[in-house]
Design a protein around this ligand. Structure first.
Ligand SMILES: Cc1cc2nc3c(=O)[nH]c(=O)nc-3n(C[C@H](O)[C@H](O)[C@H](O)COP(=O)(O)O)c2cc1C
Length: 360
């Protein structure tokens, strides 16, 4: 048995991040689970999954496409039709009924997609550079195709899609949105020198490579208020065939986003990575850490990181998959259920809504 947390544990204290008031500092990390309807409509099974996890300070939803071409994998939710909006309303209502808060992660997959997933379209990217490897589709694993380079005059339309999706989320009663600029998807593809070889004002210098993300953030903030918009980044994370030699782009980006006044910065990095301290120093608002795929999220380490001011809040992924009442379990020092990796991506309620809570 682990020690229970003291009532004044930093993990259990409320936090105000822009317009988001969270009851504690243990937030749920975005987790793709591929259980939306085939047309991307969020369904009642998802509403039940999120309802069960409403004890998180803030739930950040699975990555959700702001447009049809932005979808990366089968059965991920969309935020671009009336049916999607109605589905998100059911989720928002279910989470709010339990006293929780939820943000939708807006994820445009860019080149990490396949025509089989996006009705025969060619995936789009900053540059026509094919990612190494294969991607899961409804027809099984398929080699990545070479993406189509977005023309400069198409970019305002993509920004508008993010803004419209944010508007739909808020209209559905969702508390905020997180822009997914991590893990090798479209926004990260613009930041990284390996995937962005543009010669217009969106490529080249760090200022130029940050430009698209800054303009997406501005458009989204104009749509729903900067205080409801967070952003996730993963500096130097090689996931999805990303290569980044020049990390100064993150300091430029953080400076620009701070001027817009986004609610929070969500960084995926190991806690002792020097970039964490650098970005924390450059960021005036709420700073949130996720320690990444390699190391397991650790309660006592997280408590220390908040206590010493390294971060304001943390997000937890896999432990929330297996423990709907993770915050209560951590508070009480109770044993944890183990996640079943075989049911992470796709399927029904098995390995999704059937993990037992303590009181069950
Ligand atoms: C099944 C699964 C799905 C994920 N989906 C997303 C996603 O949609 N968006 C995202 O930003 N990160 C995603 N991640 C990364 C997690 O948010 C998190 O960074 C990672 O799981 C490490 O945290 P943990 O050690 O607490 O699990 C996913 C991870 C897993 C295991």
């Amino acid at each position: 048995m682990t020690r229970p947390l003291a009532a004044d544990s930093p993990l259990l204290q409320p936090l105000t991040a822009g317009a988001l008031q969270t009851a504690n500092r243990v937030w749920m990390a975005p987790l793709t689970r591929n259980r939306a309807d085939a047309d991307g409509t969020p369904n009642d099974l998802q509403a039940e999954y999120y309802r069960q996890r409403a004890g998180a300070g803030l739930i950040i939803s699975e990555g959700s496409q702001p447009s049809a071409v932005g979808q990366g994998y089968p059965s991920t939710p969309g935020v671009h039709t009336d049916a999607h909006e109605a589905g998100w309303k059911r989720i928002a209502d279910a989470v709010h009924a339990e006293g929780g808060k939820i943000a939708v992660q807006l994820m445009h997959a860019g080149r990490i997609s396949h025509p089989d997933t996006i009705a025969g379209q060619t995936p789009v990217a900053p540059s026509a550079i094919r990612p190494a490897g294969a991607v899961f589709t409804v027809n099984g694993e398929q080699e990545f195709p070479t993406p189509r380079e977005l023309a400069t005059d198409e970019l305002p339309g993509v920004m508008a899609e993010f803004a419209d999706a944010a508007r739909r989320a808020v209209a559905a009663g969702i508390d905020g949105v997180e822009l997914h600029a991590a893990n090798g998807y479209l926004l990260h593809q613009f930041l990284a020198d390996g995937t962005n070889q543009r010669t217009d004002s969106y490529g080249g210098s760090p200022e130029n490579r940050a430009r698209f993300i800054v303009e997406v953030a501005k458009a989204t903030a104009d749509a729903i208020g900067a205080d409801r918009v967070g952003i996730r980044i993963s500096p130097a994370h090689p996931f999805n065939d990303i290569s980044e030699d020049d990390l100064s782009v993150y300091e430029v980006l953080t400076g620009r986003l701070a001027e817009i006044g986004l609610a929070y910065l969500h960084v995926l990095a190991e806690a002792d990575d020097p970039i964490v301290g650098k970005l924390r120093a450059a960021w005036p608002n709420t700073f949130v850490l996720n320690t990444g795929f390699g190391v397991e999220s650790d309660r006592d380490q997280f408590e220390r990181l908040i206590a010493d001011g390294t971060v304001d809040a943390v997000t937890v992924g896999r432990k929330f998959i297996a423990n709907p009442d993770l915050v209560q379990r951590w508070a009480e020092g109770a044993d944890l259920n183990e996640p079943d990796e075989a049911t992470f991506y796709g399927g029904d309620g098995k390995g999704y809504t059937d993990y037992p809570a303590l009181s069950a």
